[in-house]
Design a protein around this ligand. Structure first.
Ligand code: ZN
Length: 80
């Protein structure tokens, strides 16, 4: 008896957290907006108003942009 198995291919989508925690105020209110057409991304905190813009190259994702944001904040903080 030939039994046919239906293939169920489910690709689990990893949901990114919408908000990241802010290195400035510590609240989870940092949002990364990607403008791939324009080749830039804007990171902004809805709580303390910290805002940075970064160029988006290749396959950079929200997480990468967020890392650049925290790096920059920490670098700036060290400089002051
Ligand atoms: Zn903040």
């Amino acid at each position: 008896m030939g039994r046919r198995r239906r293939k169920v291919v489910r690709i689990p989508k990893k949901r990114l957290p919408k908000f990241f925690s802010c290195p400035m105020c510590g609240k989870a209110s940092v949002r990364v907006e990607m403008f791939r057409d324009e080749g830039r991304a804007v990171v902004s905190c809805g709580s303390c108003g910290a805002k940075e813009e970064f160029p988006v190259k290749g396959a950079l994702g929200e997480i990468d942009i967020y890392c650049m944001f925290t790096d920059k904040i920490y670098t700036d903080a060290r400089r002051l």
